[in-house]
Design a protein around this ligand. Structure first.
Ligand code: GEK
Length: 246
């Protein structure tokens, strides 16, 4: 693996004259594993469980999709656990810099399960013959008005018995609870070494870029798209993951 992949995230450590909207560019790619582990409570657990879920639900002769794959953490977790015959993982990200680094990660990995990497908008990808679909903290970056069409396309491209894993940052209707979860999340980041300045500048950069919704909104949209047995399987503060079945 590229040596830069262990870099510490200090992108927001110094005061910025202007905090621009968050982008998945080379600067972010270079620190991404550190950034996501120190920012998303439960991230490592979710990645590990995606491997377990793929082992259980990947069907022979089908595709498993990792949509918004970044550096391929979920792709690798699935690649090492899938036992079903003749599966292919299709991993998609619209950041060319992410895809370039992800390719290096896949090339350095020992598993022989085939992986196709696509640099594309997940809204343009033709989902077909899918038994497992992962949206691990990706839907939150898709404009709200495009989310239901995307989930409907995913549902239509899935085989019966297939599973969607949808992980998202959450928003809560109850203002007091929303503030409490935000505060606990910021405390989590602080205990992971981020300063108040880093937390504040990152928050500002994500405004209007990462749009969280409530669990109820996500569940209803999944049901509208056709999914069954939609429910949470993981939550820590304002971060959660849902399972939805075809
Ligand atoms: C992980 N799943 O490590 N089309 C394709 N990719 C997109 C789009 C889009 N329209 N919008 C955003 N992305 C990963 C973590 S990160 C989450 C996912 C985070 C991509 C974007 O380029 C980035 O790589 C990823 O979605 C979101 O399990 O950083 O909070």
């Amino acid at each position: 693996m590229d040596k830069t992949s262990n870099n510490k995230d200090d992108i927001y450590a110094h005061p910025l004259a202007e905090v621009s909207g968050f982008a998945f560019d080379q600067k972010v790619v270079d620190v991404f594993p550190d950034m996501i582990k120190r920012s998303v409570p439960g991230y490592s657990t979710i990645i590990h469980m995606i491997g377990q879920l793929a082992e259980k639900y990947a069907q022979a002769n089908s595709h498993c999709y990792d949509l918004g794959a970044s550096l391929g953490a979920a792709t690798l977790a699935m690649r090492h656990r899938i036992r079903a015959a003749n599966c292919r993982i299709v991993s998609v990200d619209n950041s060319q810099q992410m895809i370039n680094r992800c390719q290096q990660v896949i090339d350095a990995d020992s598993s022989e399960l085939p992986v196709t990497l696509l640099c594309d908008d997940i809204n343009n990808v033709n989902i077909e013959n899918a038994s497992v679909v992962i949206l691990n903290f990706t839907l939150q970056f898709i404009p709200i008005e495009q989310r239901e069409t995307l989930l409907t396309n995913i549902y239509q491209g899935m085989v019966p018995g297939g599973v969607l894993v949808l992980s998202e940052k959450l928003y809560f209707e109850d203002q007091h609870h929303n503030e409490l979860m935000t505060e606990l999340h910021h405390y989590f980041k602080k205990t992971n070494g981020y300063s108040d300045l880093e937390i504040a500048q990152k928050r500002q950069s994500l405004e209007n870029v990462l749009i969280p919704e409530t669990v109820a909104t996500h569940k209803q949209r999944l049901i509208n798209a056709g999914f069954n047995n939609v429910d949470l399987w993981f939550q820590c503060f304002n971060f959660a993951s849902l399972l939805a079945f075809k």
